[in-house]
Design a protein around this ligand. Structure first.
Ligand SMILES: C[C@H](O)[C@H](O)[C@H]1CNC2=NC(N)=NC(=O)C2=N1
Length: 96
């Protein structure tokens, strides 16, 4: 589990992500609704491969991802690693 300073340091390398020990989140805006859903679909594949699953909220073109490691009761490297993967996927689909 990461402490406050470790989370702050990790967030500096994850543009668009914010949060604390209760979880880290990012909202991306896709060009349109189907593209947002495609981002979620690709994140689902990466999440399943990592056996680590974000909470996901889709509202029209805006998709919010929230990560926390429930089994550890806090934010871990699994979360910060998957955050980077999600940002890469979003970027590839033109979601900012
Ligand atoms: C058995 C399996 O490894 C666990 O249930 C995993 C699955 N995905 C998970 N995802 C997240 N975000 N947190 C977890 O603690 C978690 N645990």
């Amino acid at each position: 589990m990461l402490d406050d300073d470790e989370i702050r340091a990790a967030l500096e390398g994850l543009p668009g992500w914010a949060g604390d020990r209760s979880g880290i989140s990012r909202t991306v805006e896709a060009p349109d609704f189907p593209t947002g859903v495609r981002v979620v679909d690709e994140v689902a594949v990466a999440a399943e491969a990592a056996d680590h699953h974000p909470d996901i909220d889709i509202r029209w073109r805006k998709v919010t991802f929230t990560l926390v490691t429930h089994s550890e009761g806090g934010v871990t490297r699994k979360d910060t690693d998957l955050a980077g993967v999600i940002s890469d996927i979003a970027e590839r689909h033109g979601a900012r």
